[in-house]
Write a protein that binds this ligand. Structure first.
Ligand code: FES
Length: 108
């Protein structure tokens, strides 16, 4: 499979339930990866966009976190309701501005 144009790295780190820091998996990120993959498949985007689980992105306080590369943006507080908007944006080579919590994009 060729290198994709874009990647959605979804934190699927899971900590013990008693850990006060919590984790994205406890908040439902594993189902979110599945929903993203299904949405990308339905849109015929699997050859250009890859959604995959990742280890902790060190954004734990922000809810379910996703890093979109090569755009260098991080989304926080992502829910399943955001999946269509994320897939629409990534299909255009864009980002969902309202979800951005860290913006590493270089602007002229
Ligand atoms: S547990 Fe998901 S960012 Fe740390």
């Amino acid at each position: 499979m060729p290198h994709r144009d874009r990647y959605l790295f979804v934190c699927t780190n899971r900590r013990e339930d008693a850990n006060p820091k919590g984790s994205c998996a406890q908040k439902g990120s594993e189902a979110l990866v599945k929903a993203l993959k299904e949405a990308l498949l339905a849109r015929g985007l699997l050859k250009s966009v890859r959604a995959c689980g990742s280890a902790c992105l060190d954004l734990c306080e922000s809810g379910i976190s996703i890093v979109q590369e090569p755009d260098h943006v991080a989304y926080g507080g992502v829910t399943p309701a955001d999946v269509p908007e994320i897939v629409d944006a990534v299909a255009r080579g864009d980002v969902v501005e309202r979800l951005v919590i860290h913006d590493g994009r270089r602007r002229p």
